[in-house]
Design a protein around this ligand. Structure first.
Ligand code: IVH
Length: 701
């Protein structure tokens, strides 16, 4: 493909992808399958790789993130970002409405109000020039904020290019939020990595916007709602009208907006959302009531902090009293001890609360918590129940103070506390059952070794049968050892404090065992960066592991590096460097790594374990469709391993196309018209003389 053709195709693809994004994210009416969408995106990614000079800064591929946004330049706001006057009191809302009406009534004007949800996230100012998102800036101190454009570009509901006809220059104000689903997933992952959990969706959204790598922001799956258009000489007479126009240009405007004329209508809106906010998939902390007409807004004006034309009604956090029954001490994957209160079940915000976190020893001390106490519980950030106080009037005179434990409840080791840290930890990393199980669970995880068939409680059963004591032991498992194992386990998610414990039966039948053994064999192909992540070194997440693997090249270089050398790696600070050093200073970890090495896991970046024939040497190959024996990445890797070159589009220079199922009809037509040979997956396998790993059985073990 020449540069002109590429330019044309990139423009076509970008437009198509933008339309499908709009249909999917804004209209919630996708018109193509995820697979076809991925195909379009992959084609665009490949073309931009081949012609980097054609990659636009607002290309839809930017939504997957990647660039470093290490420093956030400070940017002055063109229009100051004011806040809203708050009220927790219905009477104050009525006063605001009457006051506003009175002020405007003097001119005999009718007043309309717009009621909206008050999203609990981070406010953002988005600047558009000629339909292109050029800047995204946080509120900061109201006068200036952080330029977080690269990170904001990863949020799918924020348009990078506008549709239709729009003003040349304007700003959209909105809220970046983290939906509950993303919040739960992010916190579960953090728990897995031994990182402190985000207390609520707002903190999580804010933290995610300020990440150094936009790829990580993309992973956080943030969302956005826009609620305020700002420009000189705005061409609309009302706020509602401006939002509806913005919706047509591609902005995500909440459907829960109501134009109200009377106090009664406004009260109905407030009452409805006070009850129904629990059904929303994200947090709101109140309702915003705004004057609709822009000319009336001008008449009312601003104070130094907030506009006189709007007010926020904030919901009170619902609180209930209940009895403390007992305290559990949970042990995390990195040995952190978390005290959890077991409570007399009580209804709160639509769910039954039975447990609440007590955070750490200091928190228990500050509360002066006694057994049998009557405690006051709220839902912090609407999700995790939190004890905020005690009704000491109801305390029995002989009640016992809650004492923090001194020894690990699971292995008996004496607990330690590092200076400056709030948490007590069990130091018995290698011998403490929940820590061992936690590490193995992490090792088999999807983003680590991806041994999915070992999930859902199977590790626990194998561990409890004394068949594994470290993740290296997984590779010693055999059919005979596993077949017939059976246990009823308690599915007790450490993180989801709201959930009731559920039991389920886990049994190892023929198919289960074969799958486990097969996926263990296959896991030897997992690239080094993921193996490094799988080792579970404290705070070495997926992205950090990738960077370390790329920089250092192999495990020996990492094992032998000093803290100072490790710190030279981009993104590795003193804590992570020390964590890596501590991990490899432990002889037991070295032994585990050496065993994994003997089992054939990848400990070198990109190098293959087997030297492969070069039958594809110099050949230009296009892959198309879905394959039975490989993922698309795998087949491309196999092509490269055999000396071939992957190209994205078919031309007369293409040697052949490897076609899986659902090969794109356009590609097929093009190959046929140019006389380019099309190989089936089986023909390709025969050509390279390659036996796909997925066909292996467990007999090797
Ligand atoms: S309008 C002049 N509308 O609440 C301020 N703000 O306390 C115009 N917020 O900083 C803001 N939902 O971050 C507006 N529907 C909504 C909102 C909203 C949430 C936030 C926003 C603002 C804060 C004010």
């Amino acid at each position: 493909m020449n540069i002109d053709e590429a330019k044309k195709r990139i423009a076509e693809l970008s437009e198509l992808i933008d339309i499908h994004n709009y249909n999917y994210y804004i209209l919630s009416q996708p018109t193509i399958s995820d697979y076809d969408f991925d195909m379009l995106m992959n084609e665009l990614i490949e073309l931009e790789k081949e012609f980097p000079e054609l990659a636009s800064p607002t290309s839809p591929t930017k939504r997957v993130g990647g660039d470093i946004t290490k420093l956030f330049p400070t940017v002055k706001h063109r229009y100051p970002m004011l806040s809203l006057a708050n009220s927790y009191n219905r009477d104050e809302i009525i006063d605001f409405i009457n006051r506003t009406k009175k002020l405007l009534d003097e001119n005999n004007e009718q007043v309309e109000f717009v009621c909206e949800l008050k999203f609990d996230g981070v406010s953002i100012s988005l600047t558009y020039e000629h339909g292109v998102l050029v800047r995204a800036v946080t509120r900061g101190d109201g006068a200036q904020g952080d330029d977080v454009t690269n990170n904001v570009k990863t949020i799918k509901t924020i348009p990078l290019n506008l549709r239709g006809s729009y003003p040349d220059f304007f700003e959209m104000r909105g809220e970046i939020i983290m939906p509950h689903e993303s919040f739960n997933r992010v916190n579960a992952e953090r728990d897995d990595l031994g990182l402190p959990l985000f207390a609520n969706c707002r903190n999580a959204a804010s933290g995610s916007l300020k990440l150094m790598f936009s790829k990580e922001t993309a992973n956080r799956r943030l969302d956005n709602f826009c609620y305020y258009m700002m420009m000189d000489n705005i061409p609309y007479s009302s706020h509602y009208e401006s939002l509806m126009a913005a919706k047509n240009w591609g902005f995500n405007i909440s459907p829960h907006i109501k134009v109200c004329q009377t106090i009664g209508e406004i009260e109905d809106f407030i009452n409805y959302w006070d009850v129904n906010r629990k059904n929303l998939p994200f947090d709101i902390d109140g309702i915003v009531i705004k004057v609709n007409s822009f000319s009336q807004r001008d008449e009312l004006g601003l104070t130094s902090k907030s506009p006189r034309w709007a007010i926020a009604y904030k919901f009170k956090a619902e609180e209930v009293k209940t009895k403390l029954l007992s305290v559990d001490f949970q042990v995390g994957r990195h040995g952190t001890i978390t005290p959890v209160a077991n409570l007399e079940p009580v209804q709160l915000g639509g769910t039954t609360v039975k447990r609440a976190t007590l955070n750490n020893a200091d928190f228990i001390k500050q509360l002066d918590l006694h057994y049998d106490d009557t405690v006051v519980v709220i839902k912090g950030g609407e999700i995790i129940p939190k004890i905020i106080g005690i009704d000491t009037d109801l305390r029995k005179p002989d009640s016992q103070e809650v004492e923090f434990i001194k020894r690990c409840p699971k292995c008996g080791a004496e607990l330690i506390k590092n200076e400056g840290e709030a948490a007590w930890r069990c130091p018995n990393t290698i011998g403490c059952p929940p820590q061992i199980k936690g590490r193995i669970e992490h090792f088999i995880g999807r983003k680590a070794m991806n041994i999915e068939s070992l999930g859902e409680g199977k590790v626990e059963v194998i561990f409890d049968n004394h068949l594994i004591n470290s993740y290296a032991d997984l590779y010693d498992l055999t059919y005979d050892k596993l077949y017939g194992l059976e246990k009823i386990i308690v599915v007790d998610d450490e993180y989801s404090l709201m959930n009731e414990s559920v039991t389920k039966k886990v049994s190892f039948k023929e198919k289960t065992v074969t799958n486990i053994l097969n996926s263990l064999i296959k896991s030897r192909e997992v690239p080094f960066s993921r193996v490094l992540f799988a080792l579970g070194i404290k705070e070495v997440g997926e992205v950090t592991a990738k960077i370390i693997a790329n920089t250092m090249g192999n495990i020996d270089a990492i094992m032998n590096a000093s803290v100072e050398e490790l710190q030279e790696i981009n993104t590795v600070g003193p804590t992570i460097a020390q964590n890596i050093r501590d991990f490899f200073d432990d002889e037991r970890n070295i032994q585990i790594v050496n065993r994994l090495r003997e089992f054939g896991l990848q400990f070198e970046q990109e190098k293959k374990t087997v030297s492969e024939n070069q039958v594809l040497d110099g050949k230009s190959i296009v892959v198309s469709g879905v394959f039975t024996n490989f993922s698309r990445d795998e087949i491309k890797q196999v092509i490269e391993n055999h000396g071939g070159k992957n190209v994205s589009s078919i031309s007369s220079k293409t040697d052949f196309v490897v076609a899986g199922e659902k090969m794109g009809p356009e590609k097929k037509k093009k190959a046929e018209s140019l006389g380019v040979k099309i190989l089936t997956e089986t023909e390709f396998i025969e050509m390279i003389g390659y036996t796909p790993q997925t066909k292996s059985t467990g007999t090797l073990f």
